[in-house]
Design a protein around this ligand. Structure first.
Ligand code: SAM
Length: 243
């Protein structure tokens, strides 16, 4: 029997930006997970909620990837479109994808395995906790957040991933000069992100004008496709850690 969806915020003092879906996996996803998850998915000790990160859990990117290289962390990889493309195009860079939806991770593993990617790792945890507790401060070159859940209703805004607290955490994880890149098809969330990040200490805009140019390393994902089909404008933003 699949597990019922549950609300992981029950176990935390901050709301989380997801409701974990039970999302039954297909047989090929089950197989990929069984055979390959230990190669790709980091074994991170968790706290009370299945997707939390234990307070004393820490990871060393150099050991995780077996080499020292620039590190890009993508938050909410979904089916992995963006990170798989980037990892293939940039073998000189290390990529860490964070996602709480296991079927999405399994799909990513299938394609990573087919492409023989060695510069990609995945984490099945709440991304802000990974950035804050697990990775060393200043160890990340870029944090990517593409098409995060918009939590459109006003009473759900507190669940939005991008918040002043997320800005603080992302800044801490980035090296000075490192970049936070975001994209959304939800106009109201785009304006919210810009407001939050314009006000965030230690970040400066990495674009001129109202919005950033489309980040050239960002390929079309399932969620961008859906948004574009509904006629929504796609907004990109980029903020550089200034200090
Ligand atoms: C709307 S989807 C977008 C997926 C992908 N970036 C794309 O463009 O197709 C947002 C994804 O973020 C994941 N997510 C939301 N909050 C998260 C968190 N705090 N930590 C890790 N993943 C999260 C969700 O499970 C979901 O798969």
């Amino acid at each position: 029997m699949p597990h019922k969806s549950f609300d992981p915020s029950t176990f935390r003092d901050k709301p989380v930006s997801f409701v974990r879906r039970s999302g039954r996996m297909t047989p090929s996803q089950e197989r990929a997970w069984e055979q390959h998850h230990t190669e790709y998915v980091l074994d991170i000790p968790h706290g009370r909620a299945a997707t939390s990160v234990a307070d004393d859990a820490t990871g060393d990117p150099e050991r995780i990837f077996g080499r020292r290289a620039p590190l890009v962390v993508e938050v909410g990889t979904g089916q992995g479109h963006a990170i798989l493309h980037a990892a293939e195009a940039h073998p000189e860079t290390n990529f860490l994808g964070v996602e709480v939806f296991r079927a999405g991770l399994a799909r990513t593993i299938i394609r990573a395995e087919l492409a023989g990617l060695e510069n990609l790792r995945l984490a099945e945890v709440n991304a802000p906790e990974l950035l804050e507790k697990f990775l060393p401060a200043g160890s990340v070159d870029e944090v990517w957040v593409f098409f995060p859940d918009p939590w459109a209703k006003a009473r759900h805004h507190k669940r939005r991933l991008v918040s002043a607290d997320f800005a603080r955490i992302a800044r801490l994880s980035l090296r000075p000069g490192g970049v936070l890149r975001l994209a959304t098809d939800w106009e109201d969330y785009a304006e919210w992100m810009r407001e939050v990040l314009d006000a965030a200490p230690g970040f400066e805009r990495d674009f001129a004008g109202d919005w950033a140019e489309r980040f050239e390393g960002r390929v079309l994902t399932a969620f961008e496709k859906k948004g574009a089909e509904k006629g929504r404008a796609i907004r990109d933003l980029a903020y550089r850690r200034a200090s």
